[in-house]
Write a protein that binds this ligand. Structure first.
Ligand code: ZN
Length: 147
């Protein structure tokens, strides 16, 4: 039986995560996308279809469709807020920070560049859920290679 409940991450962080889960940012297909990629996390059943409109190396627009647990979907929503308007290279740099945070790096978790995604730092204590949190960022990394 797969546990798709939200692990206990502290009240404030929990609120931010659930708020993104209930009202995801940039949800839907993106017209004029220059690259899109589908990815899933079979251990939990999370899915994402990420769309990017990249011009001159900058993420001009980003959107996603997806379903899955609150960790995966809120993480993607938070990621789209970070990526929008940023150079792809900057997005990849913040993605590395996010990965470091998921692997328990306390310095990475302090970075303001992670914005709302810092609410997910407690997920690093739940190894089976780290894949949920990384799904969107893994999709972005693949999309950056393609685009
Ligand atoms: Zn999940």
């Amino acid at each position: 039986m797969i546990d798709r409940s939200t692990p206990d991450l502290g009240d404030l962080f929990q609120d931010i995560i659930l708020e993104h889960y209930k009202r995801p940012r940039n949800k839907g297909a993106l017209e004029g996308a220059t690259v899109d990629i589908r990815m899933n996390n079979p251990t939990c059943g999370d899915e994402v279809h990420l769309y990017l409109r990249v011009e001159d190396g900058v993420v001009r627009d980003v959107a996603f469709e997806g379903e899955g647990c609150s960790i995966s979907q809120s993480s993607i929503s938070m990621m789209t807020q970070i990526l929008k308007g940023q150079p792809v290279a900057e997005g990849l740099r913040v993605g590395e920070l996010f990965k470091d945070m998921m692997h328990g790096d306390p310095d990475a978790a302090k970075s303001k560049d992670l914005k709302d995604a810092r609410a997910l730092q407690g997920v690093s204590q739940f190894p089976t859920r780290v894949k949920c949190a990384l799904l969107g960022w893994n999709a972005f990394e693949e999309a950056a290679k393609k685009g």
